[in-house]
Write a protein that binds this ligand. Sequence first.
Ligand code: 9MR
Length: 378
Amino acid sequence: MKKLKKPLFVVFLCGLICLIGCANRTVSDSKPKLSLAKHFNGLFYLGAAVNENTILGMDSKSKKIINTQFNTITPENSLKWMFIQPEPNKFNFKAADKYVEMGLKNDMYIVGHALVWHSQLADFMQNIDNPKQMQQHFENHIQTLVSRFKGKIDAWDVVNEAFEEDGTLRQSVFYNNLGEAYIEKAFKLAHKMDPEANLIYNDYNVYKPEKRAGILNMVKQFIANGTKINGVGVQAHWDLKSPSLEVIEEIILDIHAAGVSVSFTELDISVLPSPWEMVGAEVSQNFSKFEGDPAMDPYPNGLPEAVQDQLAKRYQDIFNLFVKHSDKIERVTFWGVMDKHSWLNDWPIKGRTNYPLLFDRKYKPKTAYKRLLELKTN
Ligand code: 9MR
């Protein structure tokens, strides 16, 4: 499914069919469409992160939701360095192969996440202090993964989370060994191994102006010096209020103005109180002092209707914006399928009950899902 996102004639044809179909229809007999991806078809890909249980066939309910509701998938963990190359040059492709097979079988737009990331790295990579050695592992990893899935994985998160909040580069083990050129090297190598693949830079807290400026300066440099980059992935781990719709719109406009597409790659909306001054998705922050604090976990037995509605409204508002700017947006991917499996139950405070996704703990569609299916797409 490596393709033009929305060929004009398809948009035209859909319009024509709708015109004919809608002519005889009253509002009351219009049934909601049954697939979210179909609802937003022609505007952007719509997807979900797939966890390893689902990939390995141990969660048929999630799999069914993915296959019916979405047209793009991202592996939540299975392609990360620590799992796929736990020891030098010892690759474990079991889950990755199954993941790609699942995507191909269902004609999905398949995302590879992530080639170069300082987190969830294999142990042997963590403390390398030898540029030559680093260069060798770095090249081997990118070459092996991208060539294995050439023509199958449609888009790679080539580098993940390389920037600090102030827009400077993170002093990761990659940076410390290879210098700032490592990001460009990664993109060039990925391009060489699969010239057709879409190449993405992915990060969180892109709503912060300084961080966004750092990222977009890099994007502009790449474009100026001929390094292929297709898009910026905005992780979108958001909450009921932040970032504001105005800021989300700015993110879309700024990335588009820099010359690449926007993808919302890890969308989820936390409904729980967040420990102070802490926002975004930096996994290393420790808030263990809040564990077991009922004030920080207010809905252990179910989400009150009012909050359910707030969540639905928030998703509705966000997607209205996505529809408005669909010409700039390539893909929207939820970070998971159903609430029980979301990483947000354990981050930033362990053991809470969060409700960030479109399907509830019994795999039933939530109000937010229904509202998205009713959203006007033209
Ligand atoms: O959802 C992932 C979770 O299962 C892992 O434990 C966690 C470890 O860092 O990574 C989560 O996914 C992250 C993604 O790969 C990159 N952006 C932030 C996501 C949430 O931490």
